[in-house]
Design a protein around this ligand. Structure first.
Ligand code: GRF
Length: 216
């Protein structure tokens, strides 16, 4: 089996990177991480990549076009087929985003299109929603937009604060991101306008209610 070569872009902790490293450590997972790029040399995620023996590159260039040029060369040299943004906190050059259209995905800690941008969990609490979650989507030039590949729903508890909600969403992120990338690598995603169709069947035979007592 030829595995898809994945590049993961990070800026910090790298827990989603770790989830992808763990998934890809299974030889039947259809993607392998060929390169980790960080815009910060001190990102903790780079230590995770090093521990897994994955090539990594810190690009501390602040000029957007220059950053994109360096990244693009490294990506092509490594034969990368898909970029996964995972807690990457810098805006990317528009030309770069256009060049990698439909070959770059992102994970965001809300049910997009609700709560794009920074501190999505705090936005969810402020809005009083009973569910939030996370979204994996194809990247388009406007931040946190683009066709949605997969979402996971997470209940918001009455006594949640930002940290508790973020932790609960993060646990879902760690399951959702490897799944979404697997579907991509297996060639099961097809873009139909703004919708992503998934072939091969998947279950939708559930409803989610929160608070769950409403079920009884
Ligand atoms: C995650 O919540 C992700 O959804 C958001 O940034 C956070 C990154 O966390 N884009 P980590 O670096 O993967 O631990």
């Amino acid at each position: 089996m030829k595995r898809l070569k994945l590049a993961v872009f990070i800026s910090g902790r790298g827990s989603n990177l770790q989830a992808l490293i763990d998934a890809a450590s299974d030889p039947i997972y259809p993607a392998e991480i060929a390169l980790v790029i960080s815009n910060r040399a001190d990102a903790a995620g780079l230590v995770r990549a090093a521990a897994a023996g994955i090539p990594r590159l810190a690009i501390e260039e602040t000029d957007r076009a220059a950053f994109a040029g360096i990244a693009d060369r490294a990506l092509h040299k490594a034969g990368v087929g898909l970029i996964a943004l995972a807690g990457f906190m810098r805006l990317l050059d528009t030309e770069f985003v256009v060049a990698w259209r439909d070959r770059m995905v992102n994970i965001h800690p809300s049910l997009l299109p609700a709560f794009p941008g920074l501190r999505a969990q705090r936005q969810a609490l402020a809005a009083g929603v009973k569910f939030s979650g996370c979204t994996v989507h194809f990247v388009r030039p406007e931040v946190d937009t683009g066709p949605i590949i997969a979402q996971a729903v997470v209940p918001v508890a009455d006594d949640d604060n930002e940290v508790r909600l973020a932790d609960r969403i993060l646990a879902a992120e760690h399951r959702l991101y490897p799944l979404a990338i697997r579907l991509y690598a297996e060639g099961r995603l097809r873009l139909d306008g703004n919708r992503v169709r998934i072939s091969g069947g998947y279950s939708t035979d559930f409803v989610a209610l929160n608070p769950s007592e409403a079920l009884t």
